[in-house]
Design a protein around this ligand. Structure first.
Ligand code: ZN
Length: 295
């Protein structure tokens, strides 16, 4: 709540129209109706990202940090290439990619709007290798590319105030009252607005898009099944970011259904894959070397 005044200042610059904008989610083509523009979402999320990084400690494990940067960069390149080749080149200017590995035992990762990727060290024993990490990061990047935060903020607004109110406010009193309402909503949703708490529909969509992004980046999407089985074995409640995801059984069932489609995008790369450094993994001593081979 303390940031409300700052949010107001940012949101004062937002151009709201009576009907918002209708756009299509890349890959799935789903139509979404957004009341906030990219610039607003970026401003809000950048503020939260900066504040998070100030309090976070970066990993001292060089090998794992480089792995996160390598996998993240390859996914980012694949996403930018896809957007560019599909008439969405203008979208790519919103991404200023950053990849961080943070000292935190939680099984967690997120990608903020604009491509700010954060991976917690606690996730790596579960992802096990680069392909596993690509599945998670593909999913998180998909939330950003599909503008799920903007959609969530827009839907919350519609639920609370209705479209007519927004239209009336925008027309009669400029955008100030509407932006104030949006700012209050953004503040009430808090930091999770950009990192967690997505709807089940959005989670499922991120699973699907993420699988295809991973494949496009040269990672075998087939590892997603075993990765989500390992996640399921962690038990619910161990990872806040995955808490609202579809049930494990449903998710794995869906992923198996989507794999043939994802594999169409899969072109293995020639880069040598290194298994993650195991200094943070207690399970590593019993794990057989199962380095993913990509040719
Ligand atoms: Zn998610």
């Amino acid at each position: 709540m303390k940031k409300l005044s700052h949010l107001l200042a940012i949101l004062a610059a937002v151009l709201l129209t009576a009907c918002g904008t209708t756009s299509k989610v890349p890959i799935t083509g789903r139509t979404q109706h957004l009341l906030v523009d990219d610039a607003t979402v970026l401003s809000l999320s950048q503020e939260q990202y900066d504040s998070y990084l100030k309090s976070a400690k970066k990993s001292t494990n060089t090998a794992n940090t480089q792995m996160v940067q390598r996998v993240g960069q390859r996914l980012a390149s694949a996403v930018v290439k896809y957007l560019t080749q599909n008439g969405l080149a203008a979208e790519t200017s919103y991404y200023q990619w950053e990849f961080n590995l943070i000292q935190d035992p939680q099984v967690n990762a997120f990608c903020m709007p604009g491509g700010k990727i954060v991976v917690y060290e606690g996730l790596l024993p579960v992802t096990q290798d680069e392909a596993g990490l690509a599945v998670v990061l593909g999913h998180e990047i998909a939330h950003a590319v599909a503008k799920h935060s903007a959609e969530r903020l827009s839907n919350s607004y519609k639920q609370q105030y209705g479209m007519q109110v927004l239209g009336a406010v925008a027309q009669s009193a400029g955008v100030s009252a509407g932006t104030q309402q949006l700012a209050s909503l953004a503040a009430s949703l808090g930091s999770e607005l950009f990192t967690a708490g997505f709807s089940r529909k959005q989670e499922s969509e991120a699973d699907y898009i993420g699988l295809i992004f991973a494949a496009m980046a040269g990672y075998d999407p087939g590892v997603a099944t075993s990765f989500w089985q390992r996640m399921a074995a962690q038990g619910s409640g161990t990872s806040s970011i995955f808490s609202d995801h579809p049930s494990d059984a449903k998710r794995i069932e869906d992923i198996q259904k989507w794999l043939p489609e994802a594999r169409k995008y899969y072109v293995p790369v020639t880069t040598t894959t290194t298994k993650q450094s195991t200094t943070t993994s207690k399970k590593s001593t019993t794990t057989k070397k199962t380095t993913t081979t990509r040719k």
